[in-house]
Design a protein around this ligand. Sequence first.
Ligand code: UD1
Length: 418
Amino acid sequence: MDKIAIRGGTPLKGEIKISGAKNASLPLMAACLLTDKPLILENVPQLSDIESMGELLTQLGVSVDVGPDSTTLCAKDLNSTTAPYDVVRKMRASVLVLCPLVARAGEAHVSMPGGCAIGPRPIDLHLKGLEALGATITLEEGYVHAHAPNGLIGATYTFPMISVTGTENLLMAATLAKGETRLVNAAREPEVGDLADCLNAMGAKISGIGTSTLVIEGVESLNGTTHKVIGDRIEAGTYAMASALTGGNVRLRGMRLDLIPTVAAFLRQAGVQLDEEGNDILVKAPKGRLKGVDVMTEPFPGFATDLQAQWMALMCTSDGASMITETIFENRFMHVPELCRMGANITVHGSSALVRGVDKLKGAPVMATDLRASVSLVLAGLVAEGETLISRVYHLDRGYEKVEEKLRACGANIERRG
Ligand code: UD1
């Protein structure tokens, strides 16, 4: 199994091109199920999660053609409406095929995702919302069976808590439902907006994009379109922190500050300079140490849970203390013991972690436990004295395109070992 070896201590300097967003690409790929015409997506990153979604769609009968500049998906004829356990187990976002399948084919059979490393992550909101649109749902032998043989019917559904993929799933369902649907307390993540923009380009009638109430006027059918996936704000936030942590100076190509508003505000509080220039963000670390800054994870536009582990790595060597509170997922502090093995001083109390800044981290063998935890170890490795050897890096490959290549181009001493 691959490992990543890092020798820390080099400030990152140079340019990093931000890839297309994984979390926007996955629902956009699933949206191809809503039409028998081709959907062409540009700027889709090359990641194992994207491959998994491609494999699932292929199993359903979609032709998936990955070209150098775009991915063409065509669901002309579907030959299955089942997302099997083997696929859903590997990637929870597979559940995004549920609503488009019901909307298009009148039925879907999707394996329940089960637990994952960062908590139980149920899909009850996806199911309740789909029931509100008239589907009948049964659970049998670990599978969700959803039926709406006469089509879905528009309704108002209020999310009791904000769910990103829940909003995306129901948004797709509502595009082909009869009449008007209102999704209240919807997620406002930019990836939801990107999906809505693409669906509108396909002929859907969605308004309220970017707000917490989405109003969808159902249409008879959707067309294909060509859509460019937005940049990955989590990747951008990660590299902004990597450059701040190492005392570096990096240009993030293809990212805007309004996609990372809270992260940018917190980085500035910590002493980092951020400027927008054309389509790029310039990140400049302060001369001395960063200041400790408290953060709490929240749905967008709050601080993203997907950047919590990286922020913790950043705070490990800051001047002062930082209280980091996780409000979205249970059990999302698995990086803590690994960071402590590198010399960090972190105490966890329930859903909060108190990080007391130390002078330096020291390289150690560590283990990646989930996608964002694994990149936090890469960040820590970039400043640690000596060698950090990270195992189970397949987690990293799910969400970070060409991570070693991008960091090496900015001077990092990082290599993959088979
Ligand atoms: C998405 C992102 C993930 C990110 C997360 C929160 C994708 C593919 N993944 O995941 O990277 O960390 O948003 O920003 O876009 N919940 C329920 N019932 C449900 C659905 C969710 O209780 O039916 C709970 C979850 O357990 C969690 C919270 O709601 O505590 C938010 O989860 P949600 O926004 O749904 O996360 P995902 O969409 O799975």
